[in-house]
Design a protein. Structure first.
Length: 124
């Protein structure tokens, strides 16, 4: 007996308005949304056609990102699903900033993501 992807998406979205709000934010940046049957989560991603890769976003536990202020993990895969590299972002705003600077799906955006570094802790 299989688990319905539509049922899974409905259950995830029932968790609260934070989830729905973040889904909309990802969409506004040019990202797609996809349910994964194996992990039972929703992921967000972006295609980079010139490089023949795509990026998938999860939270730092490999689950559906639901908190815009929490860490965001980007994983780069080839078109045939081979993992290339991963990057931790400080939060959703870091990704949003890159998307505002560079065209969605562009080589420049992919490069900016690949070289992104977490901010250093500012201590006095």
């Amino acid at each position: 007996m299989g688990y319905s992807i539509n049922k899974m998406i409905a259950e995830i979205k029932k968790r609260g308005n934070i989830m729905a709000g973040l889904a909309k934010e990802f969409e506004q940046l040019g990202c797609w949304e996809s349910a994964t049957e194996e992990e039972n989560i929703v992921i967000y991603g972006m295609d980079f056609e010139d490089e023949k890769v795509f990026i998938v976003f999860t939270d730092d536990m490999g689950k559906t990102p639901v908190d815009a202020k929490a860490s965001l993990v980007a994983a780069c895969y080839s078109e045939d699903d081979c993992f290339y590299w991963g990057k931790e972002l400080e939060n959703f705003a870091a990704w949003q900033h890159m998307c505002n600077e560079y065209k969605p799906g562009s080589s420049a955006l992919l490069h900016a993501l690949e070289v992104y570094e977490l901010p250093k802790n500012k201590t006095k």
